[in-house]
Unconditional design. Structure first.
Length: 129
């Protein structure tokens, strides 16, 4: 009788372990995925001047865009704001504002299309340790 009771309790316990779901990490929303610094790697725009461009999305909805004109030792930084929802990023930067459509967003890559159908691709800048 005692062994039957132990077997019943062990079976119930083992069944509860099997039935317990494995917790999955919560999926980040668009705004959370954007947070960080991104470097422009490809653009449909035809720049007349060579430059490096990074954009930083902050947790509190701020946007920092930095242009580095290396050959001229000039750096320009503009501040703005953004809102991200679904596949859209609505931003203002200086006096300019527009809504971008997100074509791809992963932990390392961002691709967007502007209202004029020009595409830009970015790579996440890894934090230095």
């Amino acid at each position: 009788m005692r062994s039957i009771l132990i077997l019943a309790i062990a079976s119930a316990f083992a069944g509860s372990l099997i039935a317990a779901p494995i917790p999955k990490p919560a999926k980040k929303n668009t705004a959370e995925q954007l947070i960080g610094v991104w470097k422009l790697t490809k653009s449909d725009a035809d720049p007349k001047v060579e430059y490096s461009f990074t954009i930083e999305f902050t947790k509190d909805g701020k946007l920092l865009a930095r242009y580095d004109f290396g050959d001229q030792n000039i750096t320009q930084t503009l501040e703005g704001t953004y809102k991200a929802d679904g596949d859209k990023i609505e931003y203002t930067l200086g006096t300019r504002g527009e809504t971008l459509t997100i074509d791809k967003l992963t932990d390392d890559d961002l691709a967007v299309t502007d209202p004029e159908k020009k595409k830009e691709e970015f790579s996440r800048v890894k934090e230095k340790k």
